[in-house]
Design a protein around this ligand. Structure first.
Ligand code: COA
Ligand code: AMP
Length: 633
């Protein structure tokens, strides 16, 4: 393979078969691929048909066999509990194989689902890899989601076993997981046979006899289980993500394409080699955690850092710098919101002076648009390249990036640089025509997508086609808008659907609206994302009350806020709502969310010609002004 970005990109599009065949040689297969891609049953494609492997073997056992057993594989650093622990590759292999043995004794087999609802503790990583070891399919649910969201995911993925913990720890409070799990299980018809619980010392719980098992007990006595070979096209995991509706989409990732793509990305995007220390300061409940806390660093033979803490407040804005210096981190990956939170507390980055950050080679940002001020601040604070890269749960790895393992390109702050090899990115107008440089349109990827991207939606092939493939035939629709500039750099400006991005977390305004609409006093509502200097966006709701309702707006808003927290979870950061007489709508009844968002963000807007009730916009503006938005420029 070549070191030049331009050559690699061209080769990957001209001859993807050859490009990915070469990359696939880095994976240890039980049976080597017969072919690189099977597109005989469109719209589905299978990467590496006929090939057989085990992802856990490639991530762990392979390194032990290669003589790297004593190298640190996982460093757990938890300021919220005041603990740290390192696992060598041999120790990790031992823990995973015994956990796999325990899961097998509970009846988990190849193709079964295991759901994880866990905080950022080593058992979460061990549980994911133990599931993969058995050829089973994991589905991780982020700990900040409430019982109803958890229930939806349990009902849809039908896990045989649920892995959980007694609690998670957020600054200032302990989050009891079992009452949330209990409440979720009451709502579902598909009950798991067992729940395996890590009883954390910060909150010990009594387990429910018959159903619940103690993690420590059953893994200590379990027999180590070997890796179960699976077809490259078999699912490794399901990860639910927000779409336009209230129902989350179960993104399915295969084993073979995923392993090949992620290992390639470690070398070519992140410039990592075996033995390097990689830290993705994210959560295993998100795709960044799946790909870059768990799988990619371990496939590469790196040391991965699992951090149970926040960028600020655990204990202060130097938390990230401490972790980098203590564990000699070579690359940090986080969301811009985390850096903005640090910048707010330590604007001159004085705290960096107290630590030796010389191990750090680059900072990678993703999860939301990286504004140029934040990028510039990070560059000054750390003195290393700051690499914005753009991707989504669906793709599993970066669509556009400055590939540090190929010849790096000049950085343009605010752009994630150029499409990554394997991704044939185009920008189309509403009619599907390619637009020129500088013109904003729908960012799409010409099919087939490269290995590692979603193969379908769990139990929903039709939904997969509807959500991603139907709108622009021959292309995958990213639902992001943006443009290419004259130099071929991509600029990603925002979503084209009802998804918002709150502190790097992807949320559906539709899901929040569904919760609010169930309130007995609410006739209709609209939720928009408004700009926030730290979290990027925050949800804000407009409520229209049923005729005759004479509720105190303040009490009503408090009630609605509590319902969203209760039913979606604290992670939605939903705190603002206001009561209005009517929502602005077109004559066909479409709510003008885009116009409302522009008013909130003090952007120029035109009153649409099709508006049915122009006066409603004045009321929206006054309501927003009262909340501190819609400031006249
Ligand atoms: N379990 C339970 N609750 C959780 C949770 C979890 N795993 N994660 C977050 N929450 C809760 C928080 O406690 C908070 O609750 P509160 O309303 O009672 O305060 C709420 O959800 C919002 O949390 P968060 O988004 O973390 O906001 P914050 O104000 O506590 O912290 C930041 C702000 C910027 C420091 C934080 O959002 C952050 O670190 N963001 C980085 C996100 C990231 O890494 N994203 C991954 C994409 S790469
Ligand atoms: P998620 O699926 O949670 O990873 O969220 C994916 C969405 O986050 C994308 O579709 C974008 O809207 C946004 N996003 C992620 N990374 C970037 C980035 N580097 N620049 C702009 N938007 C981004």
């Amino acid at each position: 393979m070549t070191d030049s970005y331009d050559d690699a990109y061209r080769q990957s599009l001209e001859n993807p078969q050859r490009f990915w065949a070469i990359a696939s040689q880095d994976i240890e297969w039980v049976r080597r691929p017969r072919a690189v891609i099977d597109d005989s049953t469109p719209p589905k494609i299978r990467w590496f048909p006929g090939a057989v492997l085990n992802t856990c073997f490639n991530a762990v056992d392979l390194h032990v066999l290669a003589g790297r057993g004593d190298q640190a594989a996982l460093i757990y650093d938890s300021p919220v509990t005041g603990t740290a622990r390192s696992f060598s590759y041999s120790e990790l292999q031992d823990e995973i194989s015994r956990t796999a043995g325990a899961l097998a004794s509970l009846g988990v087999e190849r193709g079964d689902r295991v759901l994880l609802y866990m905080p950022m503790i080593p058992e979460a990583v061990i549980g994911m890899l133990a599931t993969a070891r058995l050829g089973a399919i994991h589905s991780v649910v982020f700990g900040g989601f409430a019982a109803s969201e958890l229930a939806q995911r349990i009902q849809h993925s039908e896990p045989k076993v649920i892995l959980t913990a007694s609690c998670g720890i957020e600054p200032g409070r302990v989050v009891s997981y079992l009452p949330l799990l209990e409440s979720a299980l009451e709502k579902v018809s598909m009950k798991p046979a067992h729940c395996v619980v890590v009883n954390r010392p910060e909150q010990t719980v009594t387990l429910r006899a018959g159903r619940d098992l103690d993690w420590e007990e059953i893994t200590q006595s379990a027999k180590p289980h070997p890796c179960v070979p699976v077809q490259a096209s078999e699912p490794l995991y399901i990860l639910y993500t927000s779409g336009t509706t209230g129902t989350p989409k179960g993104v399915v990732r295969d084993n073979g394409g995923h392993a090949v793509a992620l290992k390639w990305s470690m070398q070519n995007i992140y410039a990592m080699k075996a033995g390097d220390v990689f830290w993705a300061a994210s959560d295993i409940g998100w795709v960044v955690g799946h790909s870059y806390i768990v799988y990619a660093p371990l496939l590469m033979g790196c040391t991965t850092v699992l951090y149970e803490g926040k960028p600020v407040g655990t204990p202060d804005a130097s938390a990230f710098w401490r972790v980098i210096s203590e564990h000699r981190v070579n690359a940090l990956f986080t969301a811009p919101t985390a850096m903005r939170a640090i910048k707010r507390e330590d604007p001159a980055a004085e705290l960096t002076q107290n630590f030796d950050l010389s191990s750090l080679r680059a900072l990678f940002l993703a999860g939301e648009r990286a504004d140029s001020d934040t990028v510039a601040w990070c560059e000054r604070a750390l003195g290393v390249p700051v690499i914005d890269h753009w991707w989504q749960t669906e793709t599993g790895w970066a669509i556009a990036a400055n590939c540090m393992g190929l010849t790096p390109l000049p950085i343009k702050r605010g752009s994630p640089t150029k499409p990554v090899p394997g991704y044939d990115v185009h920008v189309l107008d509403d009619e599907g025509r390619e637009v020129g440089p500088g013109e904003t349109g729908h960012i799409v990827i010409k099919r087939p997508l490269p290995p590692g991207c979603l193969s379908t939606l769990w139990n929903n092939d039709a939904g997969f086609e509807r959500a991603y493939l139907d709108r622009f035939p021959g292309y995958y629709q990213t639902a992001d808008a943006g443009h290419f500039d004259e130099d071929g750099y991509l600029w990603v400006m925002g979503r084209t659907d009802d998804v918002i991005n709150v502190a790097g977390h992807r949320l559906s305004t539709g899901a929040i609206e569904e919760v609010i609409a169930h309130h007995p006093d609410v006739a209709e509502c609209a939720v928009i994302g408004v700009k926030d200097s730290i979290k990027g966006e925050l949800p804000l709701a407009f409520l229209v009350l049923n005729a005759g309702v004479d509720a105190d707006p303040e009490i009503l808003v408090t009630d609605v806020v509590a319902r969203v927290r209760e039913q979606i979870g604290p992670v939605a950061a939903f705190k603002q709502a206001c009561v209005v007489a009517q929502l602005p709508k077109t004559r066909s009844g479409k709510i003008l969310r885009g116009t409302m968002r522009k008013i909130a963000d003090s952007e120029a807007y035109r009153t649409p010609a099709t508006i049915d009730n122009p006066g409603s916009l004045d009321e929206i503006r006054s309501a927003l002004e009262a909340l501190g938005y819609a400031k006249p420029s």
